[in-house]
Design a protein around this ligand. Structure first.
Ligand code: HEC
Ligand code: HEC
Ligand code: HEC
Length: 404
């Protein structure tokens, strides 16, 4: 008996040592590197590609890379990245040769966007997006846009506000479950937009709707989206920009718990203008997508009608109604806090609103209907939603955020 115990003790000792050695190895090597990809690619830049690329970049890259203050793709802190992953900063991806990606080749960019492996071989964990489903044409369009003279990507000589510090957990997971994706062996072609449901499916996969809108990131299937647990049935718990959490919505056509009762018009309004049929704003990290054409939105809608219904009543987590002054209450009640954070800086920065809209009338006109003043903006139009007598206190509060 004693001998047995001794042996057992020795075995445990060996295991503990091995685990310790492995932990040390993970800690020292950090997030793994892979052999860098060697892709022969020269993307021909055409005005059509630049325009299409801008659309996909504002849909797919801007939420993470747009700095709210510089208003260019110069990088920022990812406040909503899971804290267990560490302190995460996105990068400057403007055309600047040193601080941005001006010196990257087209092949290096394509390889990173498909696989998650940078040109020096460094693997980037899931806090940087990967695009295994996007067609070659759409991917090349993004690259063409990144080379363009568009103000969003004009060479900016600035560093992001910090450098990513990954936790041990992120390093550990990057040695085990997170993996670089393979570079697609064949050309990826999008279905024709006239093939509505197929094109809708293409957008749902390509724009990553399914990742947020299925049950959990941990059980999603990157390559075969339909095999993700609770495919498009919602409930995935996500972080917001002011320390809280919210759950994604059920997008299946279930009549009671999904969007089965929504008309095509309801769906278009939610997606492009940012309001649900009950006039509640669709909150960050879901942001309005005015870039999508009606035809594209209708294709997504048509596809969602073909997806197996899931009966899943997602509990909406409302933002706490702030106490304190009346303006702050309005700011929280309508969800301004969702995009502008509790400090005025989130997805967008409104601390300089007073400079941009010096008079009450100008500020009010912007809040009422920003898209009519700046077509394509992601700031929703609040006309008919915010009560007339609430504008005064709200604007006072907005100005006060700027003064702080
Ligand atoms: C979910 C957030 C997120 C999205 C969406 C996203 N990125 Fe990133 N990206 C990051 C983060 C965070 C990093 C830095 C990772 C790190 O520091 O390890 C990064 C790094 C990069 C890098 C590497 C830059 C360098 O100098 O190392 C490039 C290039 C890049 N992203 C391009 C893009 C493009 C193009 C898109 C849109 C197709 C995009 N990203 C979408 C978060 C994101
Ligand atoms: C980064 C995660 C994320 C991505 C990507 C995303 N969504 Fe969402 N979406 C959410 C969250 C979270 C909500 C719930 C917002 C709320 O409660 O205010 C939501 C809400 C919605 C709603 C409103 C539904 C309702 O019942 O309130 C629709 C419609 C929708 N998303 C469609 C889409 C489509 C289509 C795509 C892809 C083009 C997409 N989403 C991409 C996270 C995401
Ligand atoms: C879905 C996200 C979202 C929500 C919700 C939202 N905003 Fe915005 N807001 C933006 C974006 C994005 C911008 C930057 C717009 C641009 O320049 O294109 C912006 C810009 C602004 C500006 C102008 C800032 C400047 O200096 O140019 C003000 C003021 C503003 N928002 C106020 C509000 C108020 C008040 C609310 C609530 C009633 C609100 N926003 C809700 C996304 C949002």
């Amino acid at each position: 008996m004693k001998k047995w115990l001794k042996r057992f003790g020795a075995l445990v000792g060996v295991l503990v040592l091995a685990a310790g050695a492995y932990a040390l190895y993970v800690q020292i090597t950090g997030i793994p590197k892979y052999p860098p990809g060697k892709i022969e690619l020269k993307v021909e830049v055409t005005p059509e590609r630049v325009a299409r690329g801008k659309k996909f970049a504002t849909l797919l890259c801007a939420t993470c890379h747009m700095n709210p203050t510089t208003r260019q793709l110069t990088g920022k802190q990812m406040i909503d990245a899971p804290a267990e992953f560490g302190t995460i900063f996105s990068k400057n991806i403007t055309r600047h040769p040193q601080k941005g990606i001006g010196a990257w080749t087209d092949g290096e960019l394509a390889y990173l966007l498909r696989t998650g492996v940078r040109r020096d071989g460094q693997y980037l964990p899931p806090y940087m997006v990967k695009l295994p489903h996007l067609s070659d044409e759409d991917l090349f369009s993004i690259i063409a846009f990144l080379r363009s003279d568009d103000p969003l990507v004009q060479a900016a000589d600035v560093d992001p506000p910090g450098v990513t510090k990954a936790t041990f957990l992120t390093k550990m997971l990057s040695h085990t479950v997170f993996r670089a994706l393979p570079y697609p062996p064949e050309k990826i072609v999008a279905p024709a937009i006239t093939d509505q449901a197929a094109f809708g499916r293409y957008l749902v996969a390509g724009l990553d709707c399914f990742a947020c809108h299925s049950a959990d990131f941990k059980t999603m299937n990157v390559f075969e989206p339909e095999k993700s647990q609770g495919y498009l049935g919602g409930g995935n718990l996500l972080n917001d920009l002011h320390g809280g959490q919210l759950r994604s919505a059920n997008l299946t056509a279930d009549e009671e718990t999904g969007i089965g009762k929504w008309s095509e018009g309801d769906f278009r309004r939610a997606l492009k203008a940012g309001f649900r049929p009950d006039n509640k704003v669709v909150r960050y990290p879901m942001v309005p997508m005015p870039e999508l054409t009606d035809e594209e939105v209708n294709a997504i809608y048509a596809y969602l009608r073909t997806v197996p219904k899931i009966h899943n009543a997602v509990q909406r987590i409302d933002d706490a109604i702030a106490d304190g002054d009346d303006g702050k209450k309005v700011y929280y009640k309508y969800g301004c806090v969702s995009c502008h954070g509790s400090t005025g800086v989130g997805l967008a920065d409104l601390r300089q609103a007073v400079l941009h809209y010096p008079s009450e009338d100008q500020l009010k006109a912007w809040i009422r209907n920003a898209p009519s003043l700046k077509p394509g903006t992601k700031m929703p139009a609040w006309e008919g939603i915010i009560a007339e007598n609430e504008y005064g206190p709200l604007m006072t509060y907005v100005r006060q955020l700027g003064a702080n």
